[in-house]
Each structure stands twice: as C-alpha cells, then as structure tokens.
Ligand binder design. Structure first.
Ligand SMILES: O=C(O)CCC(=O)C(=O)O
Ligand SMILES: [Fe+2]
Length: 279
C-alpha cells in the first residue's frame, strides 16, 4: 500500500495523520504552513555553502556536535560497515552557524518546531486512552524548550562512480528521536520499509512534509507507534549527476523527560549513541 498524502487543512487531518503514523510510522502532509518557496531558498543557500571551501571553517565541535561533518567522518548506520555517501551540518540555536545562513535557518527551526508541537498534539488527541495515559506528560510538552532538538542539513554529493560497492546515500536505519519533520528533498531517493519487508518510495512532491516516528515515540507509546526503517537510495542515469539536499528536524525531548519505566530521554539517547559507537 503506497503512503497516502494527507491534507493538513482537511477536517479529518489529525485523525488520518495519527492513523498513518500508527500503520506505517510515516505521515505525509500537503497544504501545511511552511511555504515551498522558503524551502527552495534554504536548499539553494545551503547548496552554495556545501559547494564552497568555507564549510571547513565550521568543522563540528566533537562534544556538543554542532557544525559541519565532512563525508570522511560521516555516519555509519547501526549494523552497517560502509559510511553513508553524505556530508551534513548540525544546527542548534546555541551552536555555530554561518552568519549569512543564520536568520533564515533559525526562523525555519522555530516554525518547524511549532508545527511539530501541533502535530504532537494531534497524535496525543487521537491516541487510544490506554496509550496516552502512559505518557509521562503531553507529547508536545516533552519537546518544549528543548535544547537537544537538532536540525540537520544534509548534502548528498553527485555520484562519481568511485563509491565503495554497496554504499548508499543513507543506509537503512531508524531515527532515535521522538518525531522527525522532513520536507521533501531536492531529489528522490527516500524509501520506507513496509510491513511486508518491501521498500516503498515516499511521495516526494516538492513542498510536501514527511513526518516519521522515531524510537523515542515508539518507546513512550509501548510500541503502539512504530519507528520505521528508512533509507536513501542512490540515483542512476542523469540524476546521479545531481546533488541532493534534505533537512530533517529531529525533535528531541528535554533530557529529564521520562519516556517509559526503563528510560528517560537522556538514558535512552546515551544507550543508542553507545551502540552506534559515537560516544
Ligand atoms: O535525506 C533524507 O531524505 C532522509 C535522511 C534521514 O533519514 C536521516 O538523516 O535520518
Ligand atoms: Fe532518518
């Protein structure tokens, strides 16, 4: 079953969106409040940044993890051996951000956070009573004033043909956080693993917002909302010559937020980062 696209303005949007997250771990929204022209401008400005040598002046700070991550230190997904074919920039409002990109990206950060809070209210309202009574606080409260929420601007460079055999733009993985807000990328490639272990293309009409459940919402909901495996496959033909820009916002609860009997957001994140070998 292909993923449905939900109209944010439709009277049943909240219900349909919550059902989609429950069934697939993903929800795709159209007619949402973030204009496509804004996304286009952000993508163009960050493409120029990734194309410049200036990016090396913003190399990430190893502890706090803000800044630019070049391809040679890029992630290796859990259970995989090959690095993803990507470079990226981690934006936190308290972190380093190039001056010429700062205002536009922080405005987006704030607006996407506000939209995420609204979507979490939708999920809260339409979760079954036995699920929502287990939440230690309303879902949208969990992310309020969080300094952990991470906006990652990703650049997948054009393919050269020299890539290691089997390496992907982003190998199959699940997101660690509560919820991810991901505007459709500048190019295709995002796929989600369905219940029958078949890879489905995520509808990527430019301007759509793709939302997916992360492991923390899966944990907090006793696995009612699945954190679904996804990946970004390599393009072929003419598209292989194109860069791909994407921009997931990873909503993270404040560290002290209780997710379940076993975990706070802090202890959960530490366990996952240790598994990944990041810490
Ligand atoms: O680039 C994309 O479309 C998805 C990226 C992603 O899944 C991630 O960085 O966790
Ligand atoms: Fe992801």
């Amino acid at each position: 079953m292909p993923l449905e696209t939900i109209d944010y303005l439709h009277p049943n949007a909240a219900q349909d969106f919550t059902r989609s997250l429950r069934e697939t771990g993903f929800g795709v929204l159209k007619n949402h409040p973030i204009p496509a022209e804004r996304l286009q401008s952000i993508y163009a400005n960050w493409q120029a940044f990734f194309d410049s040598e200036d990016k090396h002046n913003y190399r990430f700070n190893p502890g706090p993890q803000d800044g630019f991550f070049p391809a040679d230190v890029s992630e290796t997904a859990k259970g995989h051996k090959l690095k993803d074919l990507k470079e990226y920039y981690h934006i936190y409002p308290w972190g380093q951000i190039p001056d010429q990109l700062r205002q536009e990206i922080l405005e987006y950060y704030a607006d996407a956070n506000a939209l995420a809070a609204e979507l979490l209210d939708w999920v809260q309202e339409h979760s079954p009573i036995e699920i929502k009574t287990e939440f230690s606080q309303p879902l949208s409260q969990m992310i309020a004033n969080s300094e952990q929420t991470l906006l990652r601007v990703l650049h997948y460079p054009p393919l050269t043909g020299e890539e290691p055999e089997g390496a992907l733009r982003a190998a199959a993985h699940e997101d660690i956080n509560l919820l991810t807000v991901l505007p459709a990328a500048s190019e295709t490639g995002l796929q989600v693993l369905d219940k029958n272990q078949k890879w489905l293309d995520v509808p990527c009409d430019f301007g759509n917002l793709i939302i997916n459940t992360g492991d923390m919402l899966q944990e907090a909901s006793g696995h009612y909302f699945p954190s679904t495996t996804h990946r970004v496959v390599n393009p072929s033909g003419e598209a292989a010559k194109h860069s791909r820009i994407s921009m997931p916002l990873f909503l993270h609860p404040r560290p002290d937020v209780v997710l379940s009997e076993r975990y706070t957001a802090y202890s959960y994140l530490q366990e996952r980062l240790r598994e990944l070998g990041v810490i």
